[in-house]
Design a protein around this ligand. Structure first.
Ligand code: 5AD
Ligand code: SF4
Length: 451
């Protein structure tokens, strides 16, 4: 049997699927494990423990995890390995996952990460013994915000801070209220303290995360006050946030975006669909008219605020005419970019229980293609208008395709790529870049002033 001391030297590898909140949760998990003496490794081959931090939002995310589990099954046949499934899929499927995937030793939901180190130690100790029971921690909490834990972040320019967890909106298609539980906000003092430390460590941009940041409340703090306070911190270049809900977008938050020099001029405003009957079925609690009035109010306050969105195609009973309403709304708004998804029925959701998932897969796929094509043409047209202008760009690092080029982002979150040259430019610098040509997804340019 392994001793506790042995298990402290064990190497843990974490793979992360899904959204920014999940990336952040993996950073929390890293911190919790390091504090208990585990070593983290990037190298799967060396790992004694492999954890998958999973996403349950769509079928595709599920399938990717099942694919990885099949891979781990093969490794586990050859050597000792503890396999853990964390996050939303663990929470949503619970013991069903253990029953269908007997190689899973540990199952931990998003509110139970504090129990993970003990469960790993136990699993390592009982390796090779007969009849060992998997370690399961899937209780949801009304209070857990992990506010006292400083996440173990990767180096970079941007740091995420989750300011709230959970969601109470119960959009009928969405599994998040079931996997991440009730809404709760983190103490602003802790958030500001953490943000100050991050800026001292050299991070330049902070992104505040929450499933619906409009619901952030702590004593007399709301989200607008919080983001303003973060933007006021010494040394910060930019503060971003995601996501607000269109049903209750606060005017004070619009003021903060429009007027605070450090708050990025970008609002991600998930529309989901542009037809009132479907919006009602989705329980989004706004009409298309109300959504468009909000877009107008944003643009009247400041025309250069970039809008992006999420769209779902082929939700239960959606007709071609109703889809065309979404198409036309996307044309009307003119988003900078959009994430377009095929509706994917999720276990436990209201839609799964009450509404038929009756739009054929090929119809869903065709609607996605049409919306993606439309959005591409809108993005290209908007980007073309930027050719010839000079924009402030926060340098993030090497471009994906070439280390001879830099990649950075504009205030409105557009990706910019340009040739490196003999200048002292470094990641984290905010520099002017002259835009020379564009595609639908990227601006290309050159550094203007030798510095
Ligand atoms: N099917 C398809 N897309 C979904 N989303 C959430 N749940 C589903 C689902 N069941 C999308 C929404 C949300 C984004 C994060 O994921 O557009 O805004
Ligand atoms: Fe899901 Fe709706 Fe909550 Fe967003 S607001 S996490 S879509 S339930």
């Amino acid at each position: 049997m392994k001793t506790d001391q042995d298990s402290r030297a064990q190497q843990v590898h974490i793979e992360t699927f899904g959204c920014q909140m999940n990336q952040y949760d993996s950073e929390l998990v890293r911190s919790l494990l390091k504090a208990r003496g585990f070593t983290l490794t990037e190298d799967k081959e060396q790992a004694d423990v492999i954890l998958m931090n999973t996403c349950a939002i769509r079928e595709h995310a599920h399938n990717r995890v099942y694919g990885h589990l099949a891979e781990l099954k093969a490794i586990k046949r050859q050597r000792n390995l503890v396999v853990g499934v964390l996050g939303c899929m663990a929470q949503n499927l619970k013991t069903e996952l253990i029953e269908t995937e007997p190689i899973v030793d540990i199952l931990v939901g998003p509110d139970s990460y504090r129990r993970l180190p003990d469960l790993i130690s136990k699993a390592l100790e009982s390796q090779g013994q007969d009849n060992t029971q998997p370690g399961i921690a899937v209780d949801l909490s009304e209070y857990e915000t992990y506010g006292d834990i400083m996440p173990e972040r990767a180096e970079g320019v941007n740091a995420w801070i989750a300011v709230m967890r959970g969601c109470d909106n119960f959009c009928t298609f969405c599994v998040v209220p079931y996997t991440r539980g009730r809404e709760r906000s983190r103490d602003p003092e802790g958030i500001l303290h953490e943000a100050k430390l991050l800026l001292q460590q050299g991070y330049k941009q902070i992104t505040l995360l929450g499933q619906n940041v409009n619901s952030y409340r702590f004593d007399d703090w709301d989200f607008a006050r919080l983001i303003t306070a973060v933007g006021d911190l010494a040394g910060i270049e930019r503060v971003r946030f995601t996501s607000p809900h269109p049903k209750d977008f606060p005017p004070t938050l619009l003021d903060a975006v429009a007027s605070h020099p450090k708050v990025c001029k970008h609002i991600h405003l998930p529309l989901q669909c542009g037809n009132d009957r479907i919006l009602k079925l989705m329980n989004r609690t706004y009409s298309v008219k109300e959504y468009l009035a909000l877009v107008d109010a944003i643009r009247q306050r400041r025309a250069d605020i970039a809008l992006t969105t999420d769209l779902i195609c082929g939700f239960c009973t959606e007709t071609e005419e109703e889809f065309l309403d979404t198409y036309r709304t996307v044309q009307d708004v003119g988003y900078h970019s959009a994430f377009v998804f095929k509706y994917s029925e999720r276990k436990h959701t209201i839609a799964a229980r009450k509404h038929p998932d009756n739009v054929p897969e090929r119809v869903k796929a065709d609607r996605v293609t049409r919306l993606v094509d439309l959005q591409k043409s809108i993005s290209l047209q908007k980007n073309r208008e930027l050719v010839g202008s000079t924009l402030p760009v926060l340098v993030e690092g090497d471009a994906r395709k070439s280390s001879m080029q830099w990649m950075g982002r504009t205030d409105s979150t557009l990706t910019v790529v340009w040739e490196k040259r003999a200048s002292p430019t470094r990641p984290g610098d905010l520099i002017p870049v002259h835009i020379t040509r564009v595609s639908a997804t990227t601006l290309f340019g050159e550094e203007t002033t030798p510095r």
